[in-house]
Design a protein. Structure first.
Length: 208
């Protein structure tokens, strides 16, 4: 941000988070006005950068665009470290391992395709795109549903393995993309089952 100021940069795009920023939601799907109550260090860090950007906007005329992504998945997703559950399940299935679900699997997330996110990012580049926007589908999908869809895509006779739940894991999440749709005509287009199959096929082809 200091470099942006020193080089007189005005446009600043920051990739933030939707679900992790809103925490356990008061209503579903959450719009941009929903209280911000993150439950993880990741969500707290994203909120902190948003606060810094507000400071730079007020004092140095930086014009931020802040897309708040829901759970992005798709080809080339990193299956290591703090990876998304879709990539992790794909790698487990390709190793003939049962996909591991923490807890009962009924926790939900808003899964949005990386292809839809790319289209959102292209719109964010335009000069008239400023402010905070949710980038998601507005739909809740359980981890059990994700596992079942990927098992079907794999064609393997495997079943999920349920391990104890992880401490502090958010139970439900879905974000409302209506503001971005109204202001810039964006909406998600890839169906979840189609996107999950594309993602599994990518990992399957990459492992050959």
């Amino acid at each position: 941000m200091e470099l942006a100021v020193s080089h007189q940069v005005r446009k600043f795009i920051f990739a933030s988070t939707g679900g992790a920023l809103y925490g356990e939601q008061d209503y579903y799907p959450a719009d941009e006005k929903h209280p911000k109550q993150p439950l993880s260090p990741y969500g707290i860090a994203k909120l902190t950068v948003e606060r810094y950007l507000n400071y730079y906007q007020e004092n140095f005329d930086i014009q931020p665009t802040i897309p708040r992504y829901s759970n992005v998945y798709g080809p080339r997703q990193d299956p290591h470290g703090e990876a998304g559950v879709v990539a992790i399940f794909c790698k487990q299935l390709l190793k003939d391992q049962n996909p591991v679900i923490f807890g009962d699997g009924e926790q939900t997330r808003d899964f949005v395709s990386v292809f839809d996110v790319v289209n959102a990012n292209l719109k964010a580049l335009s000069e008239n795109c400023k402010g905070i926007y949710n980038i998601g589908t507005g739909k809740e999908t359980s981890v059990n549903t994700i596992a079942a869809s990927l098992i079907k895509a794999s064609g393997k006779a495997l079943s999920p393995q349920h391990n104890p739940p992880r401490m502090g894991e958010q139970r439900r999440s879905a974000i409302d993309y209506g503001k971005f749709n109204r202001d810039h005509g964006w909406q998600p287009t890839q169906a979840l089952d189609e996107g999950l199959k594309d993602t599994f096929d990518f990992f399957a082809n990459s492992s050959q």
